[in-house]
Design a protein around this ligand. Structure first.
Ligand code: PEP
Length: 247
């Protein structure tokens, strides 16, 4: 199980330090659950200090596909590793929707993350219109094919997939456990095809979209749901810790 908190564009540096301490204290010993927090770039180093010596790992919310260069406003993989990151979220639907992120761009970033020892959390998911049109699997399948082209994780811990139906992100609407399981099983099938069953079975597929302490256990109880990517509920230490406990 893996539970990651995406703090999005919330918390200044002081608030990020406080939240990081709160998360580490509330989570305590997470047992078999890998716990990751992904604060905004400017707070990465401060959060790294706060979670040092705890089981909580650090992730970023995005990165550029090049090591360095004239890319104003961007942050590179070596910068993230130097700040203490182990994970990086790639292709979040908000990046796709507002910042023009494409599957091909995500693919390049996955290769770059791997080249620098970062573990990418690769987000896929359909919009409400696509789901209503019966195209959810086609859309998610296409995102997987194009984002993972040429990707060969040297072991299953080096790649995480997050299924995040766009209609469930930040809306309070959650996929039902059946809907989540159905799509996760589909994704698992695709991963098995690409990476072989042994690796496919071991890869973490997270569910994201309005996961809360009250619905986490039921979602995480499904066979192919290996944890969650948590937005809103990751901004309260106790709520996030309750979701980790559900894992
Ligand atoms: C997310 O941003 O990845 C997310 C799942 O957000 P929320 O939990 O707020 O729906």
């Amino acid at each position: 199980m893996l539970v990651a908190g995406n703090w999005k564009m919330h918390t200044d540096i002081d608030a990020a330090r406080t939240l990081a301490r709160d998360v580490a204290d509330s989570v305590g010993d997470p047992g078999d659950v890998t716990v990751v927090v992904c604060p905004p770039f400017v707070s990465l180093s401060a959060v790294a200090e706060e979670i040092a010596g705890t089981p909580v790992a650090l992730g970023a919310q995005n990165m550029h596909a090049e090591d360095a260069g004239a890319f104003t406003g961007e942050v590179s993989a070596p910068m993230l590793t130097s700040a203490g990151c182990r994970y990086v979220i790639l292709g979040h639907s908000e990046r796709r929707q507002y910042f023009g992120e494409t599957d091909e761009g995500v693919c390049a970033k996955i290769a770059q993350a791997h080249a620098h020892g970062l573990i990418p959390i690769v987000c896929v998911g359909e919009t409400l219109e696509e789901r209503k049109g019966g195209r959810a699997e086609e859309v998610v399948g296409g995102q997987l094919v194009h984002s993972l082209r040429g990707v060969t994780p040297d072991n299953p811990d080096r790649l995480v997939i997050a299924y995040e139906p766009v209609w469930a992100i930040g809306t309070g609407e959650t996929a039902t456990p059946d809907q989540a399981q159905e799509m996760h099983a589909f994704i698992r099938g695709r991963l098995n095809e690409q990476f072989g069953e042994k690796t496919g079975r071991a890869l973490h597929i997270l569910y994201g979209g309005s996961v809360k302490p009250g619905n986490a256990a039921e979602l995480f109880g499904r066979a192919d749901v290996d944890g969650g990517l948590i937005g809103g509920a990751s901004l309260k230490g106790e709520d996030f810790a309750a979701i980790v406990r559900a894992g």
